[in-house]
Design a protein around this ligand. Structure first.
Ligand SMILES: [Zn+2]
Ligand SMILES: [Zn+2]
Length: 176
């Protein structure tokens, strides 16, 4: 898909056109060229985003990094920074926004991408967070308090009882 098609897809997915979406879009295009990434049908491409703003939607739409597949993760610092990893090549890059991104309604996206150097917008760094392991399927357990089923990694043991997080916090407060 060409730049215009990819941009349109990102806008459709996000629901509106905004500078934040363009930031994530440009980061995806830049990361794709640095790491030679394609759309991730499985978990080959991993993104760790340091914010949960509009730009993340462009990354989901462009690179196929999604919460459900486990290849979109958050390391919340509130910064406009994204780390991208290729499982295929083992290469990775952290992009930090350092330049201004225009209002996308005021530009020709194809012309903009052709004429601007991405180095003006992002500083390019080595990643500091190690590539996460592939998403795991966990066992699940029935909460001894509410009877609802939940993944093993969310279960807390209190006084020998397996509790979901909701029941565990209630248990704490009221000493049921
Ligand atoms: Zn937006
Ligand atoms: Zn429960």
């Amino acid at each position: 898909m060409d730049i215009l098609g990819l941009w349109q897809k990102a806008v459709d997915f996000h629901g509106h056109m905004c500078g934040g979406l363009l930031t994530g879009f440009l980061a995806s295009v830049y990361a794709s060229s640095i790491l030679t990434l394609d759309f991730s049908a499985d978990e080959e491409v991993v993104c760790i985003s340091e914010n949960d703003a509009c730009g993340v939607d462009a990354i989901q739409s462009m690179l196929g990094c999604t919460v459900g597949k486990g290849n979109l993760l958050f390391h919340m610092t509130g910064k406009s920074a994204y780390s991208f990893y290729s499982r295929k090549t083992g290469k990775s890059v952290r992009l930090l926004k350092v330049g201004d991104v225009p209002d996308p309604k005021t530009i020709d996206i194809v012309e903009y991408c052709r004429s601007r150097g991405y180095e003006e917008i992002f500083s390019f760094q080595n990643t500091v967070i190690a590539i996460p392991e592939r998403a795991r399927i966990f066992d699940s357990y029935i909460c001894d308090c509410c009877g609802e089923n939940t993944g093993a990694n969310w279960i807390r043991i209190q006084n020998g009882k397996k509790l979901c997080l909701d029941c565990a916090s209630r248990y704490d407060r009221f000493r049921i």
